[in-house]
Design a protein around this ligand. Structure first.
Ligand code: SF4
Length: 376
């Protein structure tokens, strides 16, 4: 199936002006939300058990066979407007066999079609398996919420049944940092994501500096919302989240692309402080605010069961299965779903296409977004 691989230098570079994961682009282009992005869960295994893990409840210690890749590729083939894929887990490269037999062929397929790709990884395993992936990958996405091995130790193994010593955690932390530096130096686009939560909110500028020092090309910043393992962690108030972002903006390195996502602030809001922050975000150089892809331009496919979800971490049950449904037909089903109809708003002047379901649940249960309009 793979005849030629498109050399990466012929593809449009990812930049603040070109982020094909943002659903606003396809909405502007086609005049409605369409499926341009597919996320594939390729494993439920992981060597870590972070306290905030968004898919924590799905992690397992063993797993059965994956659906043959040809079946998955056939479903991807059917989506003419496909622009991006994301590969997620667990830790997708937990087994090198998965890297060689599933991930690399998937990435080659994407590159062959000019589709952009992302992998979500903790980068704590040996560099060799990431080097297998790097030549075909557009974005290596990591989570980085730490100032030291101690922070990593406190967060990374909270939900494990095994005893993980501080020395083991330190080794993994150092390997993650070394891998990030090595892959960045080798030319890979590493995007490090930090959460805004009760542990990080006052450390973000220092975390940002470390991310820049490691050579990452982008710093993603998302508030943490209570789901899966994070369900019972303390939730920041909107004022605390706002202040954490302002403080980060005051101290950020403006040469580094900063991408904010899943923000709980909208142009239709009436709070003056929120509006000031949004105005500041619009004027910051090298900074983008990504609309939420889940259920807007993206579906998630579990490559073991074939189940298709609107996100990999929401409580919405599967909407279909790739053994019997095309992904476009599942997407059409979601468009008619009552939940989607509560958040499917769009204010073109603000470049906004509505809130994420977890955000509504956390902060805006009584707000009818379908009746609001951006105030600019
Ligand atoms: S699209 Fe929805 S959330 Fe965004 S500003 Fe408009 S009404 Fe508010």
């Amino acid at each position: 199936m793979i005849n030629k691989i498109i050399p990466p230098h012929t593809l449009t570079p990812l930049s603040p002006e070109y982020d094909p994961w943002d659903p606003i682009r396809s909405l502007q282009r086609y005049g409605k939300h369409i499926l341009t992005s597919v996320e594939l869960t390729v494993t439920n295994l992981c060597n870590m058990r972070c306290e905030h893990c968004a898919v924590g409840e799905s992690l397992t210690l063993t797993e059965g066979p994956r659906i043959p890749l040809a079946v998955v590729l056939k479903r991807l083939d059917e989506i003419e407007q496909l622009e991006t894929i994301s590969i997620t887990g667990g830790e997708p490269s937990y087994h090198e066999k998965t890297v060689r037999e599933y991930i690399v062929p998937l990435l080659k397929y994407a590159r062959d079609r000019g589709i952009r790709s992302q992998i979500n990884s903790n980068l704590t395993l040996d560099l060799g398996r990431y080097e297998l992936i790097a030549p075909y990958l557009d974005v290596m996405h990591i989570s980085f919420n730490y100032l030291s091995a101690d922070d990593f130790f406190k967060v990374g193994f909270v939900r494990t049944d095994r005893t993980v010593s501080r020395a083991t955690a330190e080794k993994l932390y150092e390997r993650m940092v070394e891998n990030t530096i090595a892959l960045s130096k080798g030319g890979l686009f590493v995007s490090a994501e930090s959460m805004i939560n009760y542990r990080t909110h006052d450390k973000l500028p220092a975390i940002h500096r470390l991310i820049a020092e490691m050579g990452c090309r982008r710093h993603e910043v998302h508030p943490m919302y209570p789901s899966a393992f994070a369900a019972n962690l303390p939730v920041l108030s909107l004022a605390e989240t706002r202040s954490a972002i302002s403080n980060l903006l005051d101290q950020r390195n403006k040469q580094l692309w900063m991408l904010l996502g899943t923000l709980p602030f909208y142009a239709c809001g009436t709070n003056e402080e929120d509006r000031k922050l949004l105005a500041r975000l619009r004027s910051e150089p090298n900074l983008t605010v990504r609309n939420d892809p889940d259920g807007r331009n993206r579906l998630n496919v579990n490559t073991f069961t074939g189940d298709v979800y609107v996100t990999d971490f929401s409580d919405v049950p599967p909407l279909g299965n790739i053994h019997r449904d095309t992904l476009s037909s599942v997407f059409a089903r979601w468009e008619e779903h009552p939940l989607n109809r509560t958040v499917n708003c769009h204010c073109p002047a603000a470049g906004c296409c509505g809130p994420n379901l977890l955000v509504v649940d956390s902060y805006y249960k009584d707000v009818n977004f379908m009746e609001r309009k951006a105030i600019l």
